[in-house]
Structures are given as C-alpha cells and as structure tokens.
Design a protein around this ligand. Structure first.
Ligand code: IPD
Length: 262
C-alpha cells in the first residue's frame, strides 16, 4: 500500500507540474463529450496519457479506468482510477480549483488516493488505515456540526435534465443548511470535507474518477462517505460528512432524489 501511494503521489505531482507548465493563458476547448458543456482540452488528454504511461512503466499488469480513455482491464487485481483534470471548466477559465485525482483499488477496494489541487500547491494523500494528509500534515474533518450550521458543498453534471433535478434538490436543501458552495471539482470538494473547509458534500451523478481518491481521503479524515440507503458511493448520489451530519443530510436528501433525471 505504501508503495502504491508513493507511486500515485509521484505520478500526480508529475502530471500536475506538466499541466501547470503547459497551461496556456487561455486554454482551448478541444472537443465536447456528453453535452456541449462537457468539455475536453488537449491537456486533459495529454495528462491522462502521461499518467497511463507512468503506470504502465511501473506496473504493466494493472488496469486503469480514466475519465478520458475509459476502462483498460488488467490482470493483477490492481486498478487505477484517474481523473487527469477534475474541474476542467475551472482549468479552462483559470479558477484555481482543479486537481489531478488518482486512486488505487486492490480487489475492488480503494487503498490509496492522491488529489493534487495543482494551482493551490495542495497535495492530499491517504492510504487505507493510514489517515489523511495535506502536504504531509494529518487532517481531520469537522465534527459535531448540526445540519442547520453546516456549510455544504455540491456539484452539477453536464446534462440539462440532470441539472434540472440537481437544481430542484438544491432548492430543498438550501433552507436547511448554513450555506452552499459549488467549487467545481468533486475531488477537491471531498478534500475540503477532509480538511474541515466545508462540513459536507453531496452530488447526484458523480463518477468514480471524480470521487474515488477524494472519498478515501475524506474517510481517512474521519468522514462517512457513501450513497443513499446504505449503498456504497455510486452515481445515484454520494454524500460525505462526519457520521452524525452524514445521517442528517442523508435523511434530508433521500425523499428529494428521484430515480431518473428530468
Ligand atoms: C466535474 C467536477 C464537478 C462535478 C462534476 C464533474 P470534470 O468533473 O468534478 O465539480 O460537479 O460532476 O463531472 O468534468 O471537471 O472532470
């Protein structure tokens, strides 16, 4: 586990340095994916290529699931879950909240996670049972915060029908919490829970590459992280907060979350 974490951290740092060095003042949208707002820049692709190359050099039998290139199965039981730029819209505009996110799964369980929030120089790391760290210092999530006093982060997907539902859910959540933050990077949001910069995070429709690394980091910082009705984290809904607050937020969200997007 220590070796996997060290390798993941080295790769996330190298990819982050490459992105910082090569990011032009005004990056261009190369193409779009699921909808016109779901953008890809040339550097999303270049970073994923770099990350995949480094993994293949060090561990050729491992699988990789990446946001840009999809699932490449491996034979070793180890799978890397990669978001080369989480927060691509922030990257495009120069908003300093985008991250390289790399998680390592062994036999289906995430055992190591790194989120490099590159523009802030913040590298979050965690290994299963080893605690969570920010630039090497131990971090823990906020505890004892009741729902009405909670600062809650959330995110939105790209499909209009999903956004309609996300907005409706948000309308029902906002009156019950201190305030809402939409920072634009799910990985960084989960690390914000881990570091106590927000009290909770939830999102309908997030993908494994958005939350695998940040989820371990938040869990290792003391947070509960899961889906609705006791399910593991999944695209239906993910929630993250200290255990008591997790339960309160879960109970608020459960009746609000329809099965399908609009
Ligand atoms: C997105 C960000 C955003 C979240 C979206 C993700 P991307 O990832 O994490 O905060 O709300 O659900 O898709 O597209 O920038 O890698």
């Amino acid at each position: 586990m220590t070796e996997l974490l060290a390798l993941a951290e080295n790769i996330a740092r190298e990819a982050g340095a490459m992105l910082l060095a090569k990011r032009p003042d005004r990056p261009e949208v190369l193409t779009t994916k699921s909808t016109d707002t779901d953008i890809v820049t040339a550097l999303d692709r270049a970073a994923e290529e770099l990350i995949r190359a480094r993994i293949a050099e060090a561990r050729p039998d491992d699988g990789v699931l990446g946001e840009e290139e999809g699932d490449t199965p491996g034979a070793s039981g180890v799978r890397w879950i990669v978001d080369p730029i989480d927060g691509t819209v922030n990257f495009l505009y120069g908003v300093p909240a985008w991250a390289v996110s790399i998680a390592v799964e062994v036999d289906g369980q995430v055992v190591a996670g790194v989120v490099n929030v590159v523009p802030l120089g913040e590298v979050y790391t965690a290994s299963l049972g080893g605690g969570a760290h920010l630039n090497g210092d131990r971090i823990t999530c906020n505890t004892g915060v009741p729902l009405p006093a909670a600062l809650v982060a959330t995110g939105f997907g790209y499909a209009p029908g999903r956004r309609v539902v996300q907005a409706e859910v948000l309308t029902q959540v906002l009156p019950h919490v201190r305030d809402i933050r939409r920072m634009g990077s799910a990985a960084a949001d989960l690390c914000a829970v881990a570091a106590g910069r927000v009290d909770a995070y939830y999102e309908r429709g997030a993908n494994a590459w958005d939350f695998a690394a940040g989820g371990l980091i938040a869990t290792e910082a003391g947070a509960a992280f899961g889906g609705l009705r006791g399910t593991p984290p999944n695209p239906e809904m993910i929630l993250c907060a200290a255990p008591d607050l997790f339960t309160a937020l879960h109970d608020l969200l459960l009746p609000l979350n329809p099965e399908r997007d609009a």
